[in-house]
Design a protein around this ligand. Structure first.
Ligand SMILES: CC(C)(COP(=O)(O)OP(=O)(O)OC[C@H]1O[C@@H](n2cnc3c(N)ncnc32)[C@H](O)[C@@H]1OP(=O)(O)O)[C@@H](O)C(=O)NCCC(=O)NCCS
Length: 153
């Protein structure tokens, strides 16, 4: 398998991030170019695009503050799924966060999003909270956390 290539990106990639997001999410879960521009302008942002055969395949956006970080979005284009693209992006993000001394990574995921829940649970994320009816479709958000000094995946 080819070595994964990760492109560290900032605001100048907002349109590409939005195009990736549009193909991975539906309805109001899609973020616009302006939404990405706004996020990139806030402190603590870390974002990578996974590049497969010279084309973007997935996106991971993190925000870190002090010794904590959160996953703002993680998505992989449908044709690249179940090929460990998300796992490789997570590995890249966790490595970077560890280097910066971040200890805990959090995220929110719809309890209806079985694929994403399976991914995070397999990684060793554990549930630390539940936000009832958090999403527009009425689904709950599971709050998951991951200790970055667990055995490295
Ligand atoms: C969730 C998502 C990021 C997973 O990306 P991916 O590159 O396919 O994930 P990986 O290939 O790294 O998956 C690793 C493991 O996670 C689990 N997993 C991932 N997707 C799964 C699915 N749809 N159903 C069940 N298990 C899944 C499996 O255990 C998988 O290992 P396996 O393929 O050997 O069985 C991708 O499906 C996606 O972009 N979905 C739409 C956007 C989204 O929901 N993002 C998450 C928001 S929090």
């Amino acid at each position: 398998m080819a070595t994964p290539v990760f492109l560290s990106v900032g605001a100048e990639y907002s349109a590409l991030c939005a195009a990736l997001h549009e193909q991975c999410f539906t309805g109001k879960d899609r973020w616009s170019t302006e939404a990405f521009e706004s996020l990139f302008s806030s402190p603590g942002m870390l974002t990578w695009i996974s590049v497969q055969q010279d084309k973007p395949a997935g996106l991971l956006m993190l925000r870190h503050v002090g010794d904590e970080a959160e996953i703002l979005t993680l998505c992989v284009l449908p044709e690249h799924r179940r090929k460990n693209v998300a796992s490789a992006l997570l590995r890249q993000g966790c490595r970077n966060l560890r280097e910066q001394g971040v200890e805990t990574l959090f995220l929110e995921v719809s309890t209806h999003n079985h694929g994403a829940v399976a991914l995070y649970k397999n990684w060793g994320f554990t549930e630390c909270g539940l936000r009832k009816a958090y999403y527009q479709d009425g689904s709950d958000a599971a709050v998951l956390s991951y200790c970055l000094f667990n055995e490295i995946v």
